[in-house]
Design a protein around this ligand. Structure first.
Ligand SMILES: Nc1ncnc2c1ncn2[C@@H]1O[C@H](COP(=O)(O)OP(=O)(O)O)[C@@H](O)[C@H]1O
Ligand SMILES: [Mg+2]
Length: 226
């Protein structure tokens, strides 16, 4: 069974061919890393897989929907219901507490506030940041903030989480804790993980790696893809 099947994605951004004929498959529960130098197209690929960007050509079949043929509204709905996101930093809302940040996706999906709060607290406990649930971004460590971002990405039980350099702003010990908890929590829910990273240690959490260079997948990785 395939969760996501991206075929021959090409996308020009300005004067740069950011993606050229990139294909990636993802099965439920897969953990795939995307590596490569800065500017090689990693974030662009992630955004195309998630339906944030629509490629000039190629297709992205996610579950039963071709994201390249869906409206903005349909792609937004799919992202909200079926996907979770973790970015490098700065994406928690600073005015809200950790638990309120984690409640947000559930509330956007119409979950009752009391139930959303219970599920968010359970998720924070699982990621071992329950003790800072009532703190704001200003009082928690960078690692605690990223584990909260992981909790927010997973709390609505998405089919896949996309993480773009999730440990890029952390020291290596905090980064390893974030990666451990991200992969463990995703796997225990059967969620697939797509992980963009510069860091070979972070990539070692993946089952499979795709290395990008100048908008293309490095030839050596093509044979290992299903
Ligand atoms: N909005 C944009 N307009 C023009 N060029 C862009 C834009 N976004 C990205 N690029 C270019 O596309 C290429 C790939 O970018 P990106 O996917 O962000 O790389 P990476 O994440 O691997 O560092 C780079 O050359 C970058 O400068
Ligand atoms: Mg990037």
């Amino acid at each position: 069974m395939t969760l996501l099947q991206a075929r021959d994605l090409s996308l020009r951004l300005g004067t740069t061919q950011a993606l050229q004929d990139v294909s990636v498959d993802l099965s439920p529960g897969d953990v795939v890393s995307i590596m490569g130098p800065s500017g090689s197209g990693k974030s662009t690929l992630l955004h195309c897989l998630a339906g944030v960007l629509v490629p000039d050509s190629g297709s992205v079949l996610f579950e039963s929907t071709d994201l390249t043929r869906s409206s903005d509204a349909e792609r937004s709905r799919i992202r909200l219901q079926r996907m979770g996101f973790v970015f490098q930093f700065g994406d928690l809302i600073p005015e809200l507490t950790m638990v309120e940040n984690v409640m947000l996706p559930l509330q956007l999906l119409g979950t009752k506030r009391s139930e959303a709060r219970d599920r968010a607290r359970t998720m924070l406990d699982e990621l071992e940041v329950g003790d800072v649930a009532d703190g704001t971004v200003g009082v928690v460590s960078g690692g605690q903030a990223q584990r909260t971002a992981v909790a927010r990405a997973l709390v609505h039980e998405p089919a896949v989480i996309f993480a773009d350099e999730p440990t890029g702003a952390l020291d290596s010990a905090a980064g390893e804790l974030v990666m451990d908890s991200l992969v463990t929590a995703a796997q225990s829910r059967g969620a697939a993980v797509v992980l963009v990273t510069h860091d070979a240690r972070v990539a070692s959490y993946a089952h499979r790696n795709v290395t990008m260079r100048d908008g293309r997948v490095r030839a050596a990785d093509l044979t290992s893809m299903r």
